[in-house]
Design a protein around this ligand. Sequence first.
Ligand code: NAP
Length: 302
Amino acid sequence: SELRTKKKDIINGFHCICFFECVDFVLESLKGARVLVTGASSGIGEQMAYHYARFGAQIVITARREKVLQQVAEKCLSLGAQKALHIAADMANESDPERVVDFALEKLGGLDYLVLNHIGPTTFGMWEGDVEHTRWLMKVNFFSYIQMAWRALPSLEQSKGSLVVVSSVLGKMTNPFTLPYSSTKFALSGFFGSLYHELAMKKSNVSISVCTLGLIDTDSAMDKVRGITKVPAYPATEAALNIIIAGATRQLDLYYPWFTQVITLIKDWSPSGGVTLDRSPVCRRATQRHTTMHTHSHLGRI
Ligand code: NAP
């Protein structure tokens, strides 16, 4: 039986080596790949741009702040990107999503990866009926994604390319305090999950990867949750690399960190998602902070 255990260990080790070699091989194929990354002026998008650059890709990055994009693009070139171009755009504008895709298609001569990652800023607090903000956020976080995907599909079809959508665990389970954001992420899961089936029915060459992330240590996320949660935040650079691997290996789903998948699996076991939020200290602190923020914003207006 000792021999059998050893044999098993060797086979497992062999599988691990094969897996990592396969990932290495796929990542090497990113050299010269034509990539468009949205929301790349900060956070996970910026880290993805740097990883793609290290792999020698040709990159177009976009967000609203032109100066910051320029600095990110310069760093990409110094890290080894074959090309690093940027284009400033506001995804709340009707025509910007298509303008950005057209720019990338023209400058790179086609696309191998479209990585949809940007999000508009939103509040963290109780829903107080701000329908206008939710409508605006839907434009930025959802409608621009489907516009860009549709515009890029013919080129991705030609290149046997990949569509990568960055989403959140809050797009799979309901929670208080992030209603507009959560709604946009649920919409993404519904749309791109269904598009996956239609592409399969059409025997399309394009792969779709929907990436479900837990809490990641970007400045914008940490500013919102600081002092109100003890949930560990995972590194943006590692999240970025996992997203890139998911796209390059044409994985349909990525869960990062891994336990977000367990959370989404067990969420339906109890109506409250297993947490009595209204009595939890997290909820009390968030409600207190929300009340304070609300009071401040009213004072600000006065
Ligand atoms: P982030 O640091 O806030 O970055 C957001 C990016 O979107 C920035 O580059 C921002 O640049 C751009 N952006 C904002 N409004 C825009 C607009 N109207 N038009 C075009 N671009 C706009 O976000 P992050 O934390 O890295 O999150 C990246 C992705 O991961 C998102 O899809 C998010 O939902 C997902 N995610 C993050 C976490 C987390 O804990 N961080 C958890 C789960 C999922 P400008 O300001 O220059 O426009």
